[in-house]
Design a protein around this ligand. Sequence first.
Ligand SMILES: C[S@@+](CC[C@H](N)C(=O)[O-])C[C@H]1O[C@@H](n2cnc3c(N)ncnc32)[C@H](O)[C@@H]1O
Length: 316
Amino acid sequence: MKELIHQLPNNFLQKLRKLYPDRFESITSTFLEKKIQSFRINYTKTDLTTLRQLLSKNRIRFKELDFPKGAFLLKTPLSQLQKTDIYNDGLVYVQNVASMLSPILLDPLDNDTVLDLCAAPGAKTTQIVSLAPKVHLVAYEKARIRYYKLLTNIKTQGAGNSVKVYLGEGALVRKKFPEYFDKILVDAPCTTEGRFYIQNPKTYKYWSDKKVKEMVRTQKKLLGAAFFALKEGGELIYSTCTFSPEENEGMVDWFINKFRNKLTVLPLKIGLDNVQPGRLRWREKKYDQSVQLCRRILPNEYMEAFFIAKIKKLSS
Ligand SMILES: C[S@@+](CC[C@H](N)C(=O)[O-])C[C@H]1O[C@@H](n2cnc3c(N)ncnc32)[C@H](O)[C@@H]1O
């Protein structure tokens, strides 16, 4: 079974070994198994007491997590949950637990103006509304098919009144919404290394060093635009589901240097033990000290690898 790992791109494996020399075996072993599925409550439609009762009544077995609040591991097959009204009426959203962290750390409040710059299929868009039903949310998505999926999910989750959705290039927010948002989520397109699953070559066949560079270019474009759309004093979450430091610490380092003295990295409190500080070095690069305030989420049996940074705009 372990040898199957060598089906992954060789350059990726070499990079991962350099990144995590002591954890290489345990991390690669997470690519061999499907993750335990998880879901979260949709507060727009129900509360925790009612949801627990409905799950039990429908014979859905679950484990409720202490952190994040409102997150559940699914102990019955997903197909069984999908047959219930709980799922079909949008009382829950099936979502990886690591992905639930970005909206929680963004901390949206009622009446905040919030931008979700890379929104489809809408796990985090709908989570933002679930956390703050009276938020004024703008969501952008560039890919047409994914945009329609986003619209469907917003409808099922009952989030439509709080979100205005745009199909198009996210970088346009720079001109369309100058200094407009209190909070911005940039859940960036990335090489999705945290989602590699050995039985599904589609999850990793596209990977190459060139792809990493291509993603970095898109991430710079989106983060750069987000700076101009954020109000002075506003806060931004940048997240990816990839290991690659170029797309993670490297991006944050680029961002705070591009807008020198205008941005600061904020500390993050995450109540989990599979969490590491951001790296200060990668290959020949040495990053700004504050990059260690970012957090790497290490994968486990139910969490994908993830990276999160919180950045405050000090001045325009
Ligand atoms: C990591 S996924 C977002 C996942 C989503 N936030 C969620 O939690 O469901 C990144 C998304 O960004 C979109 N995207 C890529 N480039 C974009 C761009 N230039 N402007 C807007 N969206 C873009 C992709 O099509 C993809 O749907």
